[in-house]
Design a protein around this ligand. Structure first.
Ligand code: ATP
Length: 355
């Protein structure tokens, strides 16, 4: 089963003219434009206000052209022009977040991947249904503080960068906890975090087969998160709370990591389950996705989140990673996206990877 194409008309320009890889100037755009350039595709940067000067500093990451818009929300107004330029929009974290998931799904411009995935990923409840029904282990959830049986993390919906998340060591630490804001109380998983960068190709018939295509592992990172990563240096949680200092999880950077080789089967199994279930639920996820989880000392991998698009941690690997080097030399995620577009077009299968 492939992507269901509700509006084939928007793909029509791509049959007549070569595609242009387009994305919002932010997040992983340098990598995406660089990947397009390496694969010989044109690129277009959508810039809110005049393009940032730093693009001039990176000639190999600068897009061939810019479309300047006054506000992100106005991108939809330029749909006709984007279509006429053969644009295929590449979603990344900032693009979807700034525009809003609903507005992104409604854009009348071809999008790389299956846009239906955004509805499943942007809703924490639906995401849990997807992952749990795929047989993926997730942190336990507690409906009420009285059920808590160990350390927990309280997450507020829409808390940007984990600001306002609350950590409690046990049930008693939640005695005074009450909140009317929507939140979940989740097991705090002790272990080591891994953010695993996968690419699913429905076109490929070689490699690690999943569904009708194949699953590629292109890299792995760990996020630097302020202030939690350095908080322990100041003393115990209780002392910090008394001083009015609360943990936050604002991503400030990324570091490369590799996993014990013996754990790779586990990680591939998780990736494959997520893809297989996506095919059953909504016609399948296509292209980059990131599985974000914690490996415990019992070597169980508990997934607390997935991102169904290119993540900023892939920016570490513009020249390849310890994993992508074993797939092909100098293969970044941005380049892999451009390859998939090229191959799909040359085989007349664009509708399977673009929606
Ligand atoms: P973003 O959307 O920016 O990725 P978010 O607001 O959706 O963040 P999460 O990704 O769920 O929040 O969590 C943010 C951080 O909190 C994680 O990167 C991780 O460090 C920590 N974290 C999340 N869930 C757990 C958990 N169950 N146990 C331990 N740590 C966790």
């Amino acid at each position: 089963m492939g992507i269901e194409l509700s509006t084939p008309a928007r793909l029509a320009p791509l049959i007549e003219r070569p595609p242009t890889v387009a994305t919002l100037c932010s997040h992983s755009s340098l990598q995406i434009f660089h990947g397009a350039r390496v694969e010989g595709l044109a690129s277009l940067g959508i810039s809110v206000g005049p393009p940032q000067k730093f693009y001039d500093a990176f000639p190999l990451g600068r897009p061939d052209s810019f479309l300047t818009v006054p506000k992100v929300k106005e991108i939809g107004r330029h749909a006709a022009r984007l279509r006429s330029e053969g644009a295929i929009l590449v979603p990344h974290g900032s693009f979807v977040e700034y525009l809003g998931p609903e507005a992104f799904m409604e854009l009348d411009v071809p999008v790389f991947g299956n846009r239906a995935v955004i509805g499943w990923e942007s809703d924490r409840e639906k995401e849990r249904v997807w992952l749990e029904s795929a047989g993926v282990q997730m942190p336990k959830r507690f409906a009420d503080p009285s059920e808590v049986d160990g350390p927990v993390i309280v997450k507020y919906y829409g808390a940007k960068g984990g600001k306002g998340f609350f950590l409690a060591k046990n049930r008693h630490a939640l005695d005074d906890f009450h909140s009317n804001d929507p939140h979940v109380i989740q097991e705090y998983v002790l272990g080591t975090r891994y953010y695993v960068h996968f690419f699913y190709s429905p076109l490929s018939d070689r490699g690690y087969r999943v569904g009708h295509g194949s699953l590629e592992l292109l890299g792995m990172d760990r996020r630097d998160e302020a202030n939690i990563d350095e908080l322990y240096k100041l003393g115990s949680q209780e002392e910090l709370l008394r001083a009015g200092i609360r943990p936050t999880f604002v991503v400030t950077g990324n570091v490369p990591v590799v996993l014990r080789e013996s754990l790779l089967p586990k990680i591939f199994d998780v990736g494959a389950r997520i893809v297989e279930r996506s095919i059953e639920l909504f016609g399948g996820m296509v292209g980059p996705f990131c599985v974000e989880g914690i490996m415990t000392e019992e070597l169980e991998f508990k997934v607390f989140e997935i991102s169904t698009r290119i993540v900023a941690g892939t920016n570490l690997f513009i020249n390849g990673s310890s994993y992508s080097d074993l797939v092909a030399p100098q293969l970044s995620m941005g380049r892999r996206i451009a390859q998939e577009i090229k191959w799909a077009r040359s085989e007349g299968r664009l509708a399977e990877v673009v929606s």
